[in-house]
Design a protein around this ligand. Structure first.
Ligand code: ADP
Ligand code: ASP
Ligand code: MG
Length: 417
């Protein structure tokens, strides 16, 4: 008998029929003897709908109240789901983030889980009940409701699996696992049977929304095996796990894209110590996360251009801040471009193989795709390009690195299991 945490995404619980279908799956599993904690998202489209409703009433909704509003989406599904389970003859108990003891900081809209008070859930599990927890929500030390950021139900699930010492965390979604690229963009994308936490972390942070970034961080830190699978088929899925030697042999495991950033350039910044700090201090004080930063010559002696990217949602605010600072530090005009995309290739094997970046640049150059910024880490290379080339870039890179063909290491792993 295992302790299993399962999470079902919005499309898996989109309507009454799907809720009943998932309930049937869960009941069958329970009858095989496993203890189950089921984490649910809001129905597909519901969080967007609530968000729009909030903005209809108030142009800049109060953050605390917005979280109270958004958290209702998940509360609906846990109640409906538990009713369906009862009708099938098993006992289920729904729990909000508050009832499930999920304690966060107070960063409304992007709260981080600080700890989980496991006793309420453990008590219900001991009574033999299926525990059904609202994803995406928690509460702070003063009892305020918080939400964990878009896609945050994955993080609820993996954090619960870590806190409860579950044997596995199963993430059920609308695709059959983690692919070499978004299967909805690249028809040749191939499902991976395994991927390391480290690669998954890079893929999630570079835009593959199949797993919420912080869920992978929890999984890696607490060694939770994460299995990503389809709610609609019985295909085996993808295991996110510790890296092994076979994984190291694969140079590039996946390609991601992110259209959610904008680029800001400040021209002719005086090239003297302390300037970068003066530019970025007010941005970070405003709670804006800067991603890529590139500083280069401006063509004028003693002057430099500084370009950086920020989330699109913070782009207008960042432009206002930077336009204010530029004259204060005697810099030139500020340029902004929100129509960009970040394309990244990720793989453990990059640590030991050279020429990967060159191949990426040559492939994009053949399609006349201009590179606006480049950044690298040990297992990742990212390029900023014009947004309109996103899908083309993903497809040509997928072909160039032959990701549709299973590398030898991966085939051997499949045969053994
Ligand atoms: P859920 O509602 O179940 O949480 P999401 O929409 O958040 O589902 O995540 C699943 C989606 O992630 C898929 O439909 C797919 O379009 C997208 N995706 C992006 N990159 C990948 C990838 N590398 N592998 C699988 N899915 C991906
Ligand atoms: N319902 C939330 C969202 O749409 C959380 C989630 O689905 O993971 O972002
Ligand atoms: Mg999701």
């Amino acid at each position: 008998m295992a302790l299993v945490v399962q999470k079902y995404g919005g499309t898996s619980v989109a309507d009454p029929e799907r809720i009943q279908a998932v309930a049937r799956k869960v009941v069958e599993r329970r009858r095989k003897g496993d203890s189950l904690v089921v984490v649910l998202s809001a129905r597909a489209g519901e969080t967007d709908r609530l968000l729009a409703l909030g903005h209809d009433v108030s142009p800049e909704p109060n953050p605390r109240e917005l979280d109270v509003l958004l958290a209702t989406g998940e509360q609906v599904t846990i109640a409906l789901f538990s009713m369906a389970v009862h009708d099938m003859g098993e006992e289920a108990v729904s729990m909000t983030g508050y009832q499930a003891g999920i304690i966060t900081d107070r960063a409304y809209g992007q709260a981080r889980i600080n700890w989980i008070e496991t006793l309420p859930i453990v008590g219900k599990l001991h009574e033999g009940k299926i525990v059904v927890v609202a994803g995406f929500q928690g509460y702070d030390d003063e009892g305020n409701i918080t939400t964990l950021g878009r896609g945050g139900s994955d993080t609820t699930a993996v954090a619960l699996a870590a806190a409860l010492g579950a044997d596995v965390c199963e993430i059920y979604t609308d695709v059959e696992g983690v692919y070499t690229a978004d299967p909805n963009v690249c028809s040749k994308a191939r499902k991976l049977d395994r991927i390391s936490y480290e690669e998954m972390l890079e893929m999630a942070s570079m835009g593959a929304k199949v797993l919420h970034l912080r869920s992978v961080e929890f999984g890696m830190k607490y060694h939770v095996p994460i299995l990503v699978l389809s709610s609609f088929t019985d295909a085996p899925g993808t295991l996110v796990t510790k890296e092994d030697e076979e994984m190291e042999k694969v140079v590039v495991s996946g390609i991601t894209y992110n259209k959610n950033e904008g680029r800001v350039t400040i021209t002719n910044v005086p090239d003297i110590p302390g300037m970068a700090a003066k530019v970025f201090r007010p941005i970070s004080d405003s709670g804006i996360n800067v991603d890529l930063i590139v500083q280069g010559s401006s063509g004028t002696p003693g002057r430099a251009n500084i370009s950086f990217t920020v989330p699109k949602t913070d782009f207008a605010r960042t432009m206002r801040i930077v336009e204010r600072i530029a004259p204060e530090i005697d810099a030139g005009p500020v340029h902004g471009n929100a129509d960009i995309a970040k394309i990244s290739i990720i793989g453990l094997g990059m640590r030991s193989h050279s020429g990967v970046a060159t191949k990426m640049f040559e492939t994009l150059a053949r399609e006349n795709i201009n590179l606006k910024m480049i950044s690298t880490s040990e297992i990742k290379i990212s390029c900023i390009i014009d947004e309109k080339y996103t899908e083309l870039a993903v497809r040509v890179l997928h072909d160039a690195f032959e990701l549709d063909r299973a590398p030898l290491g991966r085939i051997q792993i499949q045969e053994e299991s």
